[in-house]
Design a protein around this ligand. Sequence first.
Ligand SMILES: [Zn+2]
Length: 303
Amino acid sequence: MTTPTTPPSRNAVTDQVDSSTSRRGYVCVTFDFDALSSWMARGMLTATPRSRGEFAAVAVPRLLHILETRGITATWFVPGHTALTYPELTRELMERGHEVAVHGHAHENVAALEPAEERAVLQRSLDALKEVTGTLPRGFRAPAWDLSDASVDLLVEHGLAYDSSLMGHDYAPYPCRTPDSLDDSGVRWGEPAGLLEIPVAWSLDDFPYLEFLRTPSGLMPGLRDPAEMFANWTADLDYMVRDFEDGVLTVTMHPEVIGRGHRLLALEHWLDEVASRGIEFVTCEQIADLVSSGAELGQYRPV
Ligand SMILES: [Zn+2]
């Protein structure tokens, strides 16, 4: 790992955190390599949206270089369609030490599918990744971060070790449950289902901060200063380090979003800032292995 150069903090809350009280924690850097699949899922199939997806493949080598020069391994959630479109790039992710996990086939919203359709889509995506990489992924992330009531059992049945789509915590991986049952009398929680959840959040995703999107259903302005996004992520990290033991912060980026010059420079600063706090970068797969070996991650123990 290169020696990090720490830029001045851009966040007043962050400045108040005393690094002498820091406790160990982890950051999972994850990328959703949607490429053309997310534009397909939106029905945006004209040349320009297709080219926005195509840019993802332009950006991946830049991200690999940034990660490699810092000794960071990331988790790449790859739709089956992306793997079949960019097989060499998908293989390169693994060859350079990163984890490849699955992210639907053509970025389907699985929560909108019938159970038989969802099963077929999952199988097709797993087949595509196996064909391209030679191995089956251990992790799943739902496109658009929405699971159906059938998803958890389906993922367990197909041998997945973890999901990374839910938002029930910010710093602690937790067991996925069989479907909860809720009505106006309250909620009857499901049972642990043998699948780990590595939770995500829209506030820890580059897409809503940075991507400009006009669709028939509305406008997402995006195009914010990436320093603002990363300052928020740093503050989330500093709160975790102060008040949690062995917390896990999982951030999500998209090559076609983060892969532009000013954002890549901001990403480099952020990665170096995280490293300067003694935080360990790990893949989601490593988190799953830590939990299965008995580690209790993300314990709330405020000072
Ligand atoms: Zn996606």
